[in-house]
Design a protein around this ligand. Structure first.
Ligand code: ADP
Ligand code: MG
Length: 700
């Protein structure tokens, strides 16, 4: 590999490249848009486009695409070549208008009723905040231009517009907060995110033999291997040569894409891994997480592996999440969520904390939704991921401060970290952090940031960050509305903090979030425990959420309602595909194999019976009888599921239909796997039509 620094960003139209290729005035004007959010100067875009084209051609690109995040869950790209006609001459052309605006068919993407097929126009508009990048795949290089995606009348049809608007709201309200503290020199308040991405790797040849993995991203059948994660030796285990080669490829690719890939390791389950970059501005970070997922997929294929982002690819072992580390920062280096050494004296931090505690408590179900996709239902509360109950972990130091404030209206000391002395002279004494970690909390304070640990591994993190930014912006606004008119700001702020913490302390929980006691305790505290995605969708369209989104100018009521419909549709689609795939596998693969196995067994029994008269053939008849019983059970379950699928098609209302899928179809999919999984443990492996869990998990 070339040296890391020269590789870094080599596939992006980054500051260095812009400086090299643009005239000084053009460069400076564009930098103002990128860094300070100033309006894009239309007079420069032809020149910028020309530079992008030149850079693209230098790098062997033949096509460009407006890259955006529609509401499907995967990035969208439609490739156009640079070829054009000038009269009868063939030329290479890329103008400012090509860079600035595209016009895909909006009705072909989920719009939740916002777009009719008869009025289908939609637009993509360049978002210069994320660098333009090159996507290289099998020798074809495409210039990807990050864009936002909207309907003809300006309706947001993507995940980026709300994120950018939420950042705007956070900027406005965050600056108001800083003004209270006499800080007026800040250009931009924003949030930064560091997403830790978990995933599974699986051999591509084996993957292709599992229709469930191909269609649903998760296995619908299979028994956990005898040795799986119980020995706890997978986490941080030495990397296998195949995975090491993948890590090498992925790091080089991510660095070249300007993504600060920092950490790779083996995760808790066999063949489960994690990759995390250094944190970045959240609009860029959200895009880069999608670029990272795409790069993981492409690089895995090069190693003849597939990457699984599903939240629960295998029943019985840990699922995957995405830990969204989030903090509120300024361009001048202030971190609102940094408690500093003596947090009890840090009023900005305490005010921020109170606002976060209030916002999380008041929007718990919506936050649970914003972190979710249908597949996350298999994780939340399933004893490996945080529960579906939203609570905040603060750690010893902050909990103590919060308690002081709740009890006395002020705090006068901060517990400090202790010195760890192992009594071994050659091992240095070190200070422990002020707070321990808590891996069971959905929303944990971790030093100078919050770690939203509930987020689904396949989700686009634009959504959960839109939620966090909007919620905190709204709480900042309410705090400023009160505090701006106070005659004694510090006193008023402390009163506000005290009252807020007293009122919302129920959401703070420092114990074990995985325990049954917490479920009971949370119920006593009146905290919602919404177990399923479907039930959480409603939180997007409650009067409170609508008002918050409206007040913060993030999404209109119409846009929110359309998103709720899209979520129900995504649930219906997920379960419908799972149900039909399960039926295909049962009818076309499992049942025929089991029938053959039983028939062969009975043939053998007959031969044994004839050749050695009077022999006990129980060793043949017993497994065949057992298999036959389970075969009947599976056939019956399949028939039942098919009937219910017919019934599902009668529902017209999307929400009703989604609930039907949740209540009737989803349990039947799980029921159907029971006899098949039992059969897998009885039937001769040579007859089994698909790779087993141990084949899948131990091949990488
Ligand atoms: P863990 O030990 O929790 O698994 P990792 O080191 O894997 O942590 O990841 C932590 C993530 O948090 C990294 O992406 C890191 O850059 C990010 N991070 C660190 N500080 C901040 C911050 N102030 N705001 C947002 N993210 C941060
Ligand atoms: Mg980690």
């Amino acid at each position: 590999m070339k040296d890391m620094l020269s590789v870094f960003g080599s596939k992006t139209f980054d500051t260095k490249t812009m400086k090299r290729m643009l005239r000084k005035e053009v460069f400076e004007s564009l930098q103002k848009t990128i860094n300070e959010g100033m309006p894009l100067d239309m007079a420069i875009i032809d020149e910028v486009a020309e530079a992008v084209k030149e850079w693209a051609l230098e790098n062997g690109a033949t096509h460009f695409t407006h890259w955006f995040l529609p509401l499907t869950g995967v990035p969208a790209e439609k490739h156009d070549s640079f070829l054009d006609l000038a009269g009868s001459d063939i030329i290479l052309k890329f103008k400012g208008k090509n860079l600035l605006r595209g016009e895909p068919d909006a009705s072909s993407f989920p719009s939740g009723g916002l777009r009719q097929t008869c009025s289908a126009r939609g637009y993509t508009i360049w978002d210069p905040s994320t660098p333009i990048f090159l996507k290289e795949d099998s020798g074809r290089t495409v210039v990807c231009i990050p864009t936002v995606f909207l309907g003809y009348h300006g309706e947001a049809l993507d995940r980026k517009i709300p994120l950018l608007r939420s950042l705007n709201a956070l900027d406005i309200q965050g600056k108001r907060v800083l003004k209270l503290f006499g800080i007026n020199d800040v250009n931009k308040v924003s949030s930064t995110i560091g997403p830790e991405q978990e995933y599974f790797l699986v051999d591509h040849e084996l993957y292709k033999k599992r229709e469930d993995l191909v269609m649903c991203g998760r296995t619908l059948f299979g028994n956990v291997p005898t040795k799986n994660q119980q020995t706890e030796e997978c986490y941080f285990a030495p990397i296998s040569p195949r995975v090491a080669s993948f890590f090498k490829a992925i790091n080089e690719e991510l660095w070249s894409l300007g993504i600060t890939a920092k950490t790779d390791h083996n995760e808790v389950a066999p063949s489960q891994h994690e990759t995390a970059p250094i944190y970045a501005a959240s609009s860029v970070g959200a895009d880069q997480n999608m670029i990272l997922m795409d790069a993981l997929r492409r690089m895995a294929l090069k190693e003849n592996m597939m990457v699984l982002f599903h939240e629960k690819p295998y029943q019985g072992v840990n699922g995957s999440g995405k830990h969204n580390n989030w903090s509120i920062t300024t361009d001048t280096g202030i971190n609102f969520t940094d408690p500093t050494n003596e947090p009890h004296k840090n009023l900005l931090f305490l005010l921020t904390l109170a606002c976060i505690v209030k916002g999380v408590d008041e929007n718990a179900v919506y936050l649970r939704l914003a972190a979710s996709v249908p597949g996350n239902d298999f994780r939340l509360g399933a004893n490996e991921a945080p529960p579906a109950i939203i609570s905040i972990y603060l750690g010893d130091q902050l909990e103590d401060i919060v308690n002081q404030i709740i009890d006395h209206g002020f705090a006068d000391h901060s517990i400090q970290g202790h010195l760890i002395d192992l009594g071994i002279p050659s091992i240095a004494k070190v200070y422990a952090d002020n707070t321990d970690r808590n891996r069971t909390s959905p929303f944990a304070f971790t030093g100078n940031k919050f770690e939203f640990r509930m987020v689904a591994s396949s989700a686009c993190i634009a959504d959960c960050n839109t939620a966090l930014n909007t919620i905190v912006a709204k709480e900042f606004k309410e705090a400023c509305d009160i505090l701006e008119s106070a005659s004694n700001f510090e006193e008023a702020a402390m009163t506000f903090i005290t009252e807020t913490l007293r009122k919302h302390k129920r959401v703070i929980f420092n114990g074990n979030g995985y325990s049954d006691e917490w479920v009971k305790e949370a119920e006593k505290r009146g905290l919602p425990n919404v177990k399923t995605f479907c039930e959480a969708v409603e939180s997007l369209v409650t009067p409170n959420t609508i008002k918050m989104f409206n007040d913060m100018h993030v999404l209109s009521e119409r846009e929110l309602k359309s998103r709720a419909i899209i979520m129900y549709e995504s649930y219906i689609n997920a379960k419908d595909i799972e149900a039909k795939t399960a039926l295909n596998m049962v009818k076309q693969q499992y049942l025929p194999a089991i029938r053959t196995y039983i028939a062969d067994l009975l043939d053998q029994a007959e031969k044994v019976r004839i050749s050695s008269k009077g022999a006990n053939i129980k060793a043949y008849t017993q497994p065949s009888t057992e298999a036959f019983g389970l075969l009947e059970e599976a056939t019956e379950c399949a028939r039942y599921l098919e009937n219910e699928l017919d019934n599902a098609s009668k529902y017209e209302d999307t929400k009703d239909k989604a609930f039907f899928y949740k209540d009737r179809i989803a349990p039947l999919i799980e029921k159907l796997r029971e006899p098949i999984d039992k059969l897998e443990l009885i039937v001769d492996k040579a007859y089994w039509p698909v790779p087993s869990y141990s084949d899948l998990m131990f091949e990488v």
